[in-house]
Write a protein of this length. Structure first.
Length: 165
C-alpha cells in the first residue's frame, strides 16, 4: 500500500466517522426510545443523499520549509472562505508525527502533509462549482497570502471516493 493510498484511506475513514457522528448528533430526541416520523424520514433522505455523494480527498505535498507559515494562513481566511463556499468534511495538517508505512517505498516527496475532504452531490457538480469558487477575486486575494504561492504545492492529488454505507 502506498503512502498516498494509506493517507487517502485514512482521510476517507475520517470522513465516514465524522458523517456518522454528525448523524448521531442530529438524530437525538427528548425520548431516546423513539424518533419522530419527520426526523426518521429526514434522516433516511439525508443518509440516501450522503450515500449518493462523492467525496473529493485532496492531498497536498506542501513545501516543508514553508509548512508552518501555510498552516497559520490556512487557519484564517483560507478556511473561512472554503467553508463558506464548499461542503468541507474536514481539513487536516500534518501533526509532526512520523508516518507508519508498510509495503512499497514512498517517492522523494513522502507523505502528504495536508489532507482535506469535500462532499459533492456528483462529479459534475464538482467540475462546475470548484472552478467558480477558486476563480473569484476574493479567493485570488486570499491565495496570494499562501507562502510561496502555487510553487509551494509540490504535488496536489485529488481522489474521488464514495461512501460504503
Amino acid at each position: 500500500m502506498t503512502s498516498f493510498t494509506r493517507n487517502a484511506g485514512i482521510a476517507a475513514i475520517g470522513a465516514v466517522f465524522l458523517m456518522g457522528a454528525a448523524a448521531c448528533a442530529d438524530g437525538e430526541s427528548a425520548d431516546a426510545g423513539s424518533v419522530p416520523v419527520e426526523s426518521a424520514t429526514s434522516e433516511s433522505a439525508n443518509a440516501e443523499s450522503q450515500a449518493e455523494a462523492i467525496y473529493e480527498v485532496r492531498n497536498y505535498h506542501f513545501d516543508p520549509a514553508r509548512f508552518d507559515e501555510y498552516a497559520e494562513v490556512a487557519r484564517g481566511e483560507y478556511l473561512r472562505y472554503l467553508r463558506e463556499h464548499l461542503d468541507i468534511v474536514g481539513f487536516w495538517v500534518d501533526a509532526g508525527i512520523p508516518a507508519e508505512l508498510r509495503g512499497a517505498e514512498q517517492d522523494d516527496l513522502g507523505s502528504a502533509n495536508i489532507t482535506w475532504v469535500i462532499r459533492w452531490a456528483s462529479k459534475a457538480e464538482r467540475d462546475e462549482k470548484l472552478p467558480q469558487v477558486l476563480g473569484t477575486p476574493e479567493w485570488r486575494e486570499i491565495f496570494a497570502e499562501v507562502p510561496g504561492g502555487g510553487a509551494s504545492y509540490l504535488r496536489v492529488e485529488s481522489r474521488f471516493m464514495e461512501s460504503l454505507y
